[in-house]
Ligand binder design. Sequence first.
Ligand SMILES: NC(=O)c1ccc[n+]([C@@H]2O[C@H](COP(=O)([O-])OP(=O)(O)OC[C@H]3O[C@@H](n4cnc5c(N)ncnc54)[C@H](O)[C@@H]3O)[C@@H](O)[C@H]2O)c1
Length: 340
Amino acid sequence: MTDSYLSHDPENLPPVLVTGVAGFIGFHAAQRLLAQGRRVVGVDNFSPYYDVQLKRDRLAQLRPHSAFRFVELNIADKVAMEALWRTEGPFVEVIHLAAQAGVRYSLINPYEYITTNCMGHLTVMEMCRHTANFRHLVYASSSSVYGGNEKLPFSVQDDVSHPISLYAATKRSDELMSQSYSHLYNMPQTGLRFFTVYGPWGRPDMSLFIFTKAIVAGEKVPVFNHGQMKRDFTYVDDIVSGVVAALAHPPAREVNKAPHRVLNIGNTRSENLMDFIRLIEAELGRKANIEFMDMQPGDVPETFADISETTAITGFKPTTTIAQGVPRFVAWYKDYYKVS
Ligand SMILES: NC(=O)c1ccc[n+]([C@@H]2O[C@H](COP(=O)([O-])OP(=O)(O)OC[C@H]3O[C@@H](n4cnc5c(N)ncnc54)[C@H](O)[C@@H]3O)[C@@H](O)[C@H]2O)c1
């Protein structure tokens, strides 16, 4: 149940810290909080994993808000984080989204995953646990923790001890580290397992972006596992609704029970990848030149979220179908990249 904390005027509440604020989900989460009247402090290190200009352009949308402040830093840098807490904090609510994302890149640059996803996660937790009256750390996990599980839909009760990529292993490690910190320090935390997020201002390494870019350029569209892929594509506004709902529902501090939980945030519809591509084609008015390829190492053929616990605890319910969401992404893409 939501406590009386949120009955205050939003602008009189302490600021929410959003890590990874120049990233896809962090940017949208900050926008939503600002629209709700909350003050937001955002941090990001503009990691060069993908186009840094896109990150700067997202941030440029946030900067005009008087209730928004930005600090450029690396979350794994303890000294910088302590300075942040001193100068902008303390923060009693944290939405931790900064990460080295991407399954495929974890085969190429494994070290970055440990530095940001493990050391960075530890540093964020250390800051929170030394904060008086700390209220809630909401952090990003991933549907990739379900690995090669074949039982569908994926439930938070399922075994997740067999990650098939280092990315997934770091996200599962975050969940385990959080469990231990909640147990040791009675610190309320919620880990959110996001399922394939898409939408305007999306990530250039993700399928919708890659497909759209290739179709616009008339280039081959790589489709893995010969198109036999299903994904629980979740629109970014729904993801942000889940993040904000989770933030408002910290697990209770109880005797002998760590105040930590993990929740799925998905659309609960497993969509065929080829249907997704057909929607992009229809929106662009151009046919895709598809190149079918084998399955990539670390990838899974299907994802599908069971969100029953998320709905029961936070009231979260996704509302956006891919038929609604894909056109919104394509409209943004055409505008941002000036495609006629
Ligand atoms: N987008 C998805 O489909 C998806 C699915 C599952 C989980 N997630 C998780 O959700 C979170 C947000 O993902 P996203 O799609 O917005 O990714 P993103 O890459 O767009 O955003 C992450 C941001 O974190 C920043 N960052 C990276 N390392 C940092 C560091 N050491 N210090 C400070 N900032 C750093 C990056 O510059 C980037 O702006 C991540 O934790 C990701 O693993 C995303």
